[in-house]
Design a protein. Sequence first.
Length: 127
Amino acid sequence: MDPMLIPILGIICIFGLPMLFFILVGLKKTQTKHVERMAMIERGFVLEEPKSHPNYYSALRNGLVMIGLSLGGVVGVLMRITVFPDFWEMDMLIVLMILLGGGIGFIVYFFIARMLLKKEADNSIIE
């Protein structure tokens, strides 16, 4: 067997097969949903589309997460320079601080969005 063929087959198997699997599962799910909806229409059932609840605060979420990621990166770099200057293995600290900052950004977004949604609900009840 050609030695150059082994890495190519490895890459195809690692990335191609799972992608093919998810594509086939998605197609099967879509086809099943279509057949089910057609059967309901033939039997006379009224199909109602589910109401979507758009997220009006996606810009807030994205902004808070980006701020959290950047602050986490800055804190990680500063800790790497000041606290752990001799250990080259501590570069993982920067990545961990970035992830921690992103997580904190999501948590802050959750509480702010919950407060804003509660305020909107209170205003809609009063009006």
